[in-house]
Design a protein around this ligand. Sequence first.
Ligand SMILES: [Fe+2]
Length: 298
Amino acid sequence: MLPEIEQFIQKHYKELGWHNLSNLIRDKFQADISDDAIRKLCMRRGWAKPSLFDDDNYERNLFMGCAHIPYHDKELHKVFIKFLKFFKPHKLWIMGDYLDWYHISKYIKNPRKSGKLQEDLDLAGEMLDELVSYADEVLFMDGNHEDRLQRYLHQYPELYGLRCLTIPALLELHKKGIKYCGRYRDKPTTHHGFVIHHGLWSSIVSGVTAKKHFTEWGGNGIIVHCHKGGNYLKQQLDGIHGYYEGMCMCNLELEYTKATTNWIQGWSIAYFTKKDLFHLEQIPVVQHEFLFQGKLFS
Ligand SMILES: [Fe+2]
């Protein structure tokens, strides 16, 4: 969207409303922009508060992570976009390992893949641009693979602290209207009292990672680090608690994975009520297909 159109929207959205504004932009700038696109832009920029949640009795959240760009599953990404259009999340949480950051890992690397970091960032930027158009608000947090940048810069302290060498700057998150939730080792983000974090621990057994995070952090939450899709539910004196393992959106056969990796592709959704009750559903995707609310996505 042209900067002058954005400025025009920011200046006039309160007095004119979405619909009048879209008509005016069509006349003034010869640009075709829908009411919904204007509303989402205002949410992303933080100019207007989410309004859909005011109308609905619950807030729709979508949790995705571990795309490991450029090793993401391209067919899975297409199915994900179809789901995004259908689900229309109020909040889309990108929970880390969005890029693989292969080129700056400490492991031995294939020299034929070197020098491609900017290509990876450009591709990730294009994919983020697409995602922001389908959610009221997009939030981004680091995973252990984004943390590779921190660890890499620790070796070169003379570069450490440069504003251009941070995850938000390299991915231009602010420009895209994406909220940055923080570094991998920061305190976990909570939303409606629900912990949302990439995850610090990982087990090869489904459900064990969820149990470990419950044991360490307590409460309720979701992590994606293990790519397993398990969960751990616990009845306590103060009620039932649940931790959930997200799934991945990367190819299942990467250079560094083993035959027994046991990764599951997919994502999770959660509805939160205004009283902070939640209902979470994990959506495993098998061979690029899944069913949701009686509808087949493929
Ligand atoms: Fe991952």
